[in-house]
Design a protein around this ligand. Structure first.
Ligand code: ATP
Length: 309
């Protein structure tokens, strides 16, 4: 598959703050490529440089073979951007916004069809200020697609949405991809990244810590199995920590969480049975992207700010 976006050794500093420090990544045609990291990791700065909205201090970027800073006109025809906090004038109506934006492009998509596809037809004459959060979000996606781009950058597109609206938006993004648009998705929601992305760059403190498929990344978490249960009687953690198949035991309320290898479930249930303890509400979970992130960075994804632990 040909590369649609190439970023090599990107660096961007704001005054004395290095926001992006040596980021390299390649996005292939037709994929949904995620950029996942905690708040302040440098995700938005990276995509703003890709979109030609910021000038890197160092590094090279090409989008569809173009330099985003030098070939602005060419880039506009190929790249659609939905950035965070996209805001329109309060009184502008949905259809007016789409028609206006489509007039900026030499070969735009059919904005009426886009309005239908995004479930906004019934809101065509509604002013921006009167739209719900989910509708505003859908409009911002429609505006990113109205130029009929080959590549779309979507930044934090489900932030602030309720779980149902978030799932609806995911379905919509899959629909956009199936029309052949390459998508770069910036997010700090693990579930979103896991569900939607073909490949992901994990970013932390301005650096790429890993690029892989969601499954490939979770394999990097040393935990192969996580067992969660409520012991029917008081349980001495040492019974479990002394097992060679177990790498860690933590408590969450009345639940015990055991991390270990493939044989951990077997070992834990045997010890519990020997001690006449029943594992109530027993669940076995696989490692998540969150676990991989913690393994790779020592930090949790939902940590606020690059210095948070
Ligand atoms: N215009 C700016 N001036 C100064 N510092 C900035 C500016 N924009 C971002 N930063 C800082 O650069 C770092 C990276 O910010 P960026 O917005 O790229 O991160 P992010 O991963 O997108 O975070 P979030 O998810 O919170 O948007 C942060 O420490 C941020 O405070």
């Amino acid at each position: 598959m040909p590369a649609v976006i190439e970023v090599r050794n990107l660096r961007k500093r704001y005054d004395d703050k290095i926001a992006v420090d040596d980021v390299s990544l390649t996005v292939q045609e037709g994929e949904i490529f995620g950029i996942l990291g905690p708040n302040g990791a440098g995700k938005t700065t990276t995509v703003e440089c890709i979109a030609g909205l910021r000038t890197p201090d160092r590094g090279e970027i090409t989008v569809c073979g173009l330099d985003p800073r030098r070939d602005r006109a060419g880039l506009t025809r190929r790249l659609g951007v939905q950035l965070q906090a996209g805001c329109l004038p309060d009184r502008l109506q949905v259809a007016e916004a789409l028609e206006l934006y489509s007039s900026f492009y030499p070969a735009p998509a059919d904005w009426r069809a886009l309005m239908d596809d995004l479930g906004l037809a019934a809101k065509a004459k509604t002013a921006y200020a009167k739209l719900s959060g989910g509708q505003k979000q859908r409009l911002s996606i429609a505006l990113a697609l109205v130029g009929d781009p080959r590549v779309a950058i979507l930044d934090e597109l489900t932030t602030g949405l309720d779980p149902q609206a978030r799932r609806d938006t995911w379905a919509l993004i899959e629909g956009v991809r199936s029309r052949g648009v390459t998508i770069v998705l910036v997010t700090h929601f693990m579930e979103e990244a896991e569900r939607l992305c073909d490949r992901l760059a994990l970013i932390d403190a301005g650096r790429v810590v890993a690029v892989d498929t969601p499954a490939g990344l979770t394999e990097r978490a040393r935990i192969e199995q996580r067992i969660r249960f409520r012991p029917s009687r008081p349980l001495d953690d040492h019974l479990l920590t002394s097992l060679p198949d177990v790498s860690g035991v933590t408590r969450r309320g009345e639940f015990v969480i055991v991390d270990g290898n493939d044989n951990a479930l077997n070992a834990v249930t045997t010890v519990l049975a020997r001690n006449r303890i029943v594992a109530e509400r027993l669940r076995v979970e696989q490692a998540s992207l969150e676990d991989a992130f913690v393994e790779l960075t020592g930090r949790h994804l939902d940590a606020v700010g690059p210095d948070a632990k």
